[in-house]
Design a protein around this ligand. Structure first.
Ligand code: COA
Ligand code: ZN
Length: 296
């Protein structure tokens, strides 16, 4: 048996949030069904955010409730920017949320209109009010910011330290606008794992400059066991100029399966689902297999 790598699909949130045309909840749920059928067990099903900021996610409660009802055994979670979102996620039946805070303060303000201090205070409120909820942190712009450029790794380490001291043990390092390179990923992952050996780190890498796959692989080779991606490579952050598609789940699974890693995911089912998605939903798809004339 090869080393196990957990695939975390974030398409229903990061893929869909950027699209202008509203995708009906039933359609979103059909993709979640397809992902589950292909063997994906971790899915970020939606985000509980202001519908003024992201109108696409106005059906968050409906999608989360129905997804849980259809697939009770799976690990479903949602992105939340504040206590209100965390409460709504819990009320919908979710046990886990990712609270997004950017390493770059200017991106944090553009994305969720908060300073770091305000975001940390909001996180305290979530942890105090909803102690039974599992909270991980999505560290947006962890590898660089479209407004402020790259940061020294020490800035990331101090940022994580603040969160660690609040009890957070799961962090997703997000390359929000695809600024990372494999050498940087290797260095950052090695340092964060050394500094916080009992924390779980995930990688969430965008494919903006065609480095999604190599950066995700660099993260895996540096010791990360859980990687996020989107079906078809659909995606991008509406509040980060230049953000484009994510790393494509089917391309990533195909590579990892071929390398002998254990993903438990059926790549052929994923490729058909990605093709169906592309045919139905116009958007930026950074995936490759979905455009190939043959099956894998
Ligand atoms: N869910 C639903 N509605 C929410 C909400 C939530 N979690 N949080 C706030 N709102 C509503 C408020 O009730 C208010 O509505 P109203 O104008 O009808 O009264 C409105 O949103 C603004 O609320 P406010 O507290 O003033 O927040 P804000 O305007 O400073 O915006 C956020 C802050 C975080 C709510 C908003 O920027 C947001 O949702 N951002 C999400 C960004 C995102 O998803 N980015 C991509 C993922 S990384
Ligand atoms: Zn993203």
């Amino acid at each position: 048996m090869g080393r196990k790598i957990e695939i975390v699909e974030v398409g229903p949130r990061d893929g869909f949030q950027n699209l202008c045309d509203y995708i009906p909840a039933e359609e979103k749920l059909r993709f979640i069904d397809g992902l589950a059928d292909a063997g994906i067990t971790h899915i970020q099903v939606t985000s509980f955010v202001s519908p003024k900021a992201i109108p696409q996610m106005k059906d968050a409660t409906e999608v989360a409730k129905e997804a849980l009802a259809r697939h009770p055994g799976l690990d479903f979670f949602a992105l939340v920017p504040n206590l209100r979102g965390a409460q709504a996620a819990k009320d919908a039946g979710l046990k886990k949320v990712s609270n997004v805070i950017s390493l770059s303060e200017s991106h944090n303000k553009a994305n969720i209109r908060k300073t770091h201090e305000e975001s940390f205070a909001e996180l305290d409120k979530i942890l105090e009010t909803l102690p039974e909820l599992e909270v991980s942190i999505d560290v947006a712009t962890a590898f660089g910011c479209p407004f402020e450029g790259k940061f020294p790794t020490e800035k990331l380490l101090s940022f994580l330290d603040v969160l660690y001291k609040k009890g957070i043990r799961e962090f997703t390092l997000c390359d929000t606008t695809g600024m990372a390179n494999p050498a940087q990923v290797r260095e950052v992952v090695t340092k964060v794992k050394e500094a916080f050996p009992d924390a779980v780190f995930e990688a969430h890498i965008h494919d903006t400059r065609n480095m999604g796959m190599v950066n995700t692989l660099a993260a895996i080779e540096a010791g990360i066991d859980k990687v996020q991606s989107t079906l078809g490579g659909l995606g991008g952050c509406p509040f980060a100029p230049g953000a484009s598609g994510n790393t494509s789940t089917e391309d990533l699974v195909n590579m990892l399966n071929e390398m002998g890693y254990e993903t438990g995911v059926d790549v052929e089912k994923l490729v058909s689902l990605a093709r169906e998605e592309k045919a139905k939903i116009p958007g930026i798809y950074s995936g490759h297999l979905l455009n190939m004339p043959v099956t894998v």
